[in-house]
Design a protein around this ligand. Structure first.
Ligand code: F0G
Length: 458
């Protein structure tokens, strides 16, 4: 047996987690209107709701907090963050924001507006919401390989270059930008290849349309490129990341993912006049340009995390531990998105809960079933999250399929915790046809998954 890839850290501080009974969880679910975003975290045993803002910081990051310079203007923390962002992205103009969506709000307020069109491999929900909120249209052009959940294609996060080009021709001058989400969160956490980024850039150049990266999980994407793309095995994750960013006009970033921080984000740009406009909005809505939406200590924690995340031992463990969880779940006969993504395992709830019709929300059914039976919190990525509605009836239009995302917080859970999750799925396999479907009771217009209320279908 080869030696296992171990967690490349030891634990210095622990946070207890609390068991609850199935009876308690049944009541909690009912009180939460069958939406796990309403459940108190103390009532969750293993929380796989998101990998965002949930990382365990290192001793180095905690030490960096004490170095935080809380000066209103010219904070040293800003310049330390700028140093590492320069080194990783090569993008010279840094606009710090309190999280990723704040960077999106600024960028799309400037580039967007009524009648404008944005293209992407797949927009994340906040990105789409910010674009639509500014009156523009957001069009996904994900590679057709992504639709085949069984396919082991290495870069299923890629943009479909043909569809992108067709959209460029169809919408002409109205296309404001293309946003490549790396890795592609809403499409299974799948990576995008450098070849695809390069080819997209060449096509966009011919149409005079800029390319931006939604770079939340850039380090995981870089490591997949190292593992899977010919010619990159000998390159470091930092070198690969630099090459990815070199092809972009700018990037939005959430420090809550691949900066191993609990809060933070930025917009990084090349164009000075765009950066001036962004700083104006930043100053009005977030804060002065050298702190944006963050305290000095948060800037420092993010700077330290950005260095750590590119460590090869860390990335090897990160990708291997997600794959280990995916293999375990798949071994119980559960259909998942193959190959597993970087930050999460995605289960095809529509296929697995085949006693439910799509409009009975099989994704929501699996999420609620996993919580009720095992205290595990996951999230639906499907009909509810995408929230597309029939304009005539106001009813939800079923997504092509409901996935359930098991997002794995960085450096937080041990292999035994993940073994609990794997075996819980094994037990659920036997009783899955007893899980009820759901119908929405209230359904807000934007980002419905956060606050929608449901009831089980008898
Ligand atoms: N882009 C992507 C690809 C994301 O996954 C997220 C957040 C954002 C942008 C927005 O960043 O949360 O800092 O404002 N994703 C989280 C998730 C919420 O659970 O996947 P944010």
């Amino acid at each position: 047996m080869p030696l296992p890839i171990i967690e490349p850290f030891r634990i210095k501080s622990v946070e207890p987690i609390r068991r609850t009974s199935r009876e308690e969880r049944r009541r909690i679910l009912e009180d939460a209107k069958y939406n796990l975003f309403n459940v108190h975290a103390r009532d969750v045993l293993i929380d796989l709701l998101t990998d965002s803002g949930t990382s365990a910081m290192s001793n180095r990051q905690w030490a960096a907090l004490m170095l935080g310079d809380e000066s209103y203007a010219g904070s040293e923390s800003f310049y330390r963050l700028k140093g590492i962002v320069d080194r990783v992205t090569g993008l010279p103009l840094l606009i710090p924001t309190h999280q990723g969506r704040a960077a999106e709000k600024i960028l799309f307020q400037i580039l967007g507006g009524p009648g404008r069109v944005f293209l992407s491999n797949t927009f994340f929900d906040t990105t789409r919401a910010n674009i639509e909120f500014a009156g523009s249209a957001a069009i996904d052009c994900v590679s057709p390989e992504a639709a085949d959940l069984e396919s082991e294609a290495p870069f299923k996060g890629n943009i479909d270059l043909e569809k992108m080009e067709a959209m460029l021709s169809e919408h002409g001058d109205r296309v404001a930008a293309c946003i490549l989400t790396v890795t592609n969160n809403s499409s299974g956490g799948q990576p995008v290849s450098l070849e695809n980024i390069r080819e997209a850039r060449a096509i966009l150049d011919r149409h005079g349309v800029p390319l931006y990266l939604d770079s939340c999980r850039f380090a995981e994407n870089a490591y997949f490129i190292k593992l899977r793309e010919p010619g990159y095995a000998e390159k470091t994750p930092l070198e690969i990341a630099r090459e990815m960013f070199s092809l972009a006009e700018g990037a939005t970033f959430s420090g809550k993912k691949d900066a191993l921080a609990n809060m933070g984000g930025f917009l990084a740009l090349r164009d000075a006049s765009l950066a001036d406009q962004a700083r104006n909005i930043l100053t009005i809505t977030e804060g002065f340009p050298t702190y944006g939406g963050m305290s000095g200590r948060d800037l420092d924690a993010m700077a330290a995390g950005l260095e750590e995340v590119l460590d090869e031992d860390y990335l090897e463990y990160r990708i291997a531990s997600t794959a280990w969880t995916a293999r375990g779940i798949r071994a119980h006969g559960v259909p998942i998105v193959n190959p597993p993504g970087g930050h999460a395992v995605y289960v095809n709830a529509t296929a697995w809960l085949d006693h439910l019709k799509p409009e009975q929300l099989p994704g929501q059914a699996l999420v609620n079933g996993l919580y009720e039976h095992f205290g595990i919190r996951t999230v639906e990525i499907g009909t509810v999250m995408f929230g597309r509605r029939d304009p005539a009836t106001g009813r939800l239009i079923p997504a092509a399929r409901d996935l359930v995302r098991f997002a794995i917080p960085r450096r937080v859970y041990t292999q035994t915790h993940m073994e609990y999750v794997v075996e819980a799925m094994g037990e659920l396999a036997g009783i899955r046809h007893s899980l009820p479907g759901y119908r929405p009771v209230t359904l807000p217009e934007f980002l419905p998954h956060f606050t929608a209320e449901f009831e089980p279908i008898a």
